[in-house]
Design a protein around this ligand. Structure first.
Ligand code: DQA
Length: 172
């Protein structure tokens, strides 16, 4: 991975796949009422306060997501947080792009894909992800916090994952 140094802030790229632009209106019983804009605003605030660089990208197109991942290597992105959405269950191309650039990534789902239809249980990403977050609603995007607040690098996320899950499961 491209290491972050004290002189260069950690750089995080958030990628959202197809139909996540509809967050807030899309099946609210499953995905909640927060919009993607709400999510990005919150993540941007977190990144800014942590002194991290943050970029968000959403596309409904597989090739565009592959292109954005490839572009990330040239930009020196340290870690990717990706909700591949429906491509989770189908995309060898996005998996290969992530492995090709060698940037560590966290896989994120708003819903608990393992509590849904059987065909959603398989992910082309989970076995290669630093961590997998699912079922915490849009609060799952708070996983992003672990990538930049006080964390040396996204690799430390593995050690903080259980803490994050505890924090988010509290009803506060
Ligand atoms: O589009 C999505 C969103 C999703 O990734 C989630 O965030 O829960 C789960 C996927 O199965 C689904 O196709």
């Amino acid at each position: 991975m491209s290491a972050s140094t004290s002189s260069s802030p950690i750089s995080i790229l958030l990628i959202n796949g197809p139909n996540l632009n509809l967050l807030g209106t899309r099946e609210p019983g499953i995905y909640g009422s927060s919009t993607l804009e709400d999510v990005i605003t919150s993540c941007t605030a977190t990144a800014t306060s942590a002194g991290a660089a943050f970029t968000a990208f959403q596309s409904n197109h597989e090739g565009a997501i592959v292109d954005r991942i490839q572009q990330a290597r040239g930009e020196g992105v340290d870690g990717i947080v990706i909700n591949p959405a429906a491509y989770t269950h189908t995309s060898v191309a996005i998996r290969d792009a992530l492995l090709g650039v060698g940037i560590p990534f966290i896989e994120l789902h708003v819903s608990n894909i393992h509590a849904r239809e059987a065909w959603r249980h398989h992910s082309y990403f989970s076995d290669k992800a630093v961590a997998v977050i699912a079922g915490l609603g849009v609060k799952g995007y708070g996983a992003f916090t672990a990538c930049c607040t006080g964390a040396v690098s996204i690799k430390t996320f593995q050690n903080t994952q259980s803490t994050i899950l505890r924090q988010h499961s509290r009803k506060d």
